[in-house]
Design a protein. Structure first.
Length: 414
């Protein structure tokens, strides 16, 4: 029977553990910021007469905070609780977007870009803070379901938040749009106050930074974690074709309105539902294998689009592709949490570093899919997107097979 001190310790652990769904809410500021970049910003800039190439350049610049987030992620690991940093960062992101929205009609592109970058940097801090809270307040068994909610909130917030902002910008006053934008970013972040996070230590900021650097060194020196980092940086489950499917919709006789409903509304919902499906997987499943397995299923759904150039094939293939992409991203987040491990001082920094490694394949896979389309049309795009998943699955399967053979041989000769 546990002693009173042990019972007190167990009680404290239970008290500190937040519900997995809370991470699907606290990460909403990230999804809504991404949704602003991907839906209302390009659409409203195009309506204001900005050339498409300039819009593309602007949107590509706004992806930098997610790739470089590890540079400022150490900020959230010093001095204050992470939940405090989360609320502050969400408030800054909301302020930047609220200042940028009224400028779109006046085509102040430089000011819009600077303010949007500020929102992206602040939002990336929300991302790493939420990830840091996930790995420090939850035991490993509870991290995978929380990661599914985390991705579901991010993806759902992106699709629905971006759509809401665009609808309000077109049908209501700019003042109401700005107020609603601030509310849907800041209010979800306030739930972080309900996460019973331990107080930070009394160590100085200098000492804490030293601990963070040590944690990062430990991460990079661990052979097991290096393999996870390589897998995260591989072309598994990126869903890169999601950004290019609208460009080939006309070859399936799908209209612009069809793209809005299939890729926008329905696609956003199934992305979120696909991510939430990750919460249904058993906690003891190997996260590397399940990530690679989800990638293979995603590749098979991409190949559905090769069967016939008809609207119903585009509808079926796109919906299944985006649903399985959501599941891939949920397993990606679970693998990131596992790779980061249970640490305290450098949790945010670790999460930012590992997440940045996982952002790289999305960038190069979009490029490779574009090269495939340039050379071979739709088939080149879809096969390029699927090939990376099949290749990594074959490599991982071979590694596990050889490892199993070696263990069997050692058992026989032992």
């Amino acid at each position: 029977m546990p002693s009173p001190p042990q019972l007190a310790s167990l009680s404290a652990q239970a008290r500190l553990q937040p519900a997995p769904w809370m991470f699907g809410v606290t990460v909403l500021p990230v999804g809504i910021t991404i949704g602003f970049f991907s839906t209302p910003l390009p659409f409203l800039l195009a309506q204001a007469g900005v050339p498409i190439d300039r819009i593309a350049s602007t949107v590509s610049i706004l992806s930098l905070p997610w790739i470089l987030c590890y540079l400022w992620a150490p900020l959230i690991d010093v001095k204050y609780r992470r939940r405090t940093w989360l609320i502050v960062a969400a408030t800054v992101a909301a302020a930047c977007l609220c200042l940028a929205l009224p400028l779109i009609g006046r085509v102040s592109l430089l000011e819009i870009t600077v303010l949007s970058l500020g929102a992206g940097i602040a939002s990336s801090l929300v991302l790493t803070t939420c990830g840091g809270l996930l790995v420090t307040t939850l035991p490993p068994a509870a991290q995978a379901p929380a990661a599914a909610w985390y991705e579901g909130g991010k993806l759902g917030g992106s699709a629905l938040g971006g759509g809401l902002m665009l609808w309000m910008a077109q049908h209501t006053s700019i003042a109401l749009t700005v107020s609603a934008t601030a509310a849907i970013i800041v209010v979800p972040a306030l739930l972080a106050l309900a996460i019973d996070e331990p107080s930070p230590s009394d160590s100085t900021a200098k000492r804490t930074v030293g601990e963070i650097i040590g944690e990062v060194r430990t991460l990079l020196r661990s052979p097991a974690r290096r393999w996870s980092m390589l897998l995260l940086a591989s072309p598994v489950g990126t869903g890169a074709a999601t950004a290019l499917l609208p460009a080939i919709a006309s070859s399936y006789r799908v209209s612009g309105d069809g793209v809005v409903w299939i890729n926008g509304v329905a696609g956003g919902l199934v992305l979120a539902l696909g991510a939430l499906s990750g919460a249904l997987l058993p906690a003891n499943w190997d996260r590397k294998l399940s990530y690679v397995g989800a990638g293979v299923v995603n590749a098979l759904t991409a190949l559905i689009l090769l069967t016939a150039p008809r609207p119903e094939i585009y509808l079926l293939g796109t919906i299944l592709y985006m649903a399985t992409t959501g599941c891939c991203w949920a397993r990606y987040a679970a693998l990131v949490a596992e790779t980061v491990g249970q640490v305290h001082a450098g949790a945010g920094t670790r999460f930012g570093l590992v997440s940045a490694a996982g952002t790289l394949p999305l960038a190069y896979m979009v490029w490779l899919d574009g090269v495939g389309f340039h050379r071979f049309g739709n088939r080149g795009l879809l096969w390029a997107d699927a090939a990376g998943n099949f290749l990594i699955f074959a490599v991982v399967a071979m590694v596990f097979l050889l490892a199993g053979i070696n263990r069997s041989s050692e058992a026989v000769h032992g």
